[in-house]
Design a protein around this ligand. Sequence first.
Ligand code: 13P
Length: 247
Amino acid sequence: MRKKIIAGNWKMNKTPKEAAEFCRMIKEKAASNEAEVVFCVPFVDLYPVLEELRGSGIGVGAENMHFEDSGAFTGEVSALMLKEMGVEYVVLGHSERRQYFGETDETVNKKVKKALAAGLVPIMCCGETLEQREAGITIEWVRMQVKCGLLGVSAADAAKVVVAYEPIWAIGTGKTATSEQAQEVCHAIREVLTEMYGKETAEQMRVQYGGSVNAKNAAELFAMADIDGGLVGGASLKEEFVSIVHY
Ligand code: 13P
């Protein structure tokens, strides 16, 4: 039985002070015995959030990292830096990073491997544009993203990876995929994971849905057979996140 993982992705929101205040307000209400709950936050918020959430049972993640350990990469942060701070998760390959910051399947793959080597749990994102959905190539596209992102990752390591399916047209638009649409793609992801790693590993891996998840639609989405929780943007910045965790 896979444990659901419900992660907030704050994106570029909340100053360190706002982050600490929010965590103080929400930590008891958002903790869960049934689901793994995680806040993925901007780099500068990591320290106050880790301090505030210590002992709360809520995990902390970054929203990106670099694929090298150290060196001349101005403005970047390494997996080792995150790990040493006490960070446990890292979002990789979010569509906003692909769209605005030149992230590719190749860099995502390097980052996934580096995160695993450092003992971080990668939350590896994939998802199609509206144009791709309308052209009927969603499944092929997402299968390819998953295959490329996990290229060269062993089954033992892959078992730790969380795959987040986020249709780009559903992100921040209030236009959620129907639970059937989300399940169809999450199931296809499970199939490609089965082809790559065998049934036992694929059945262990968590596949999340993300894209306008809110307190109203979470229960229906998370009830689908291949959806093991959500990656929540806008609604994770508010108390509404509590209702999503306890869907
Ligand atoms: P929204 O929940 O705001 O649509 O964002 C989804 C997302 O991109 C999470 O990573």
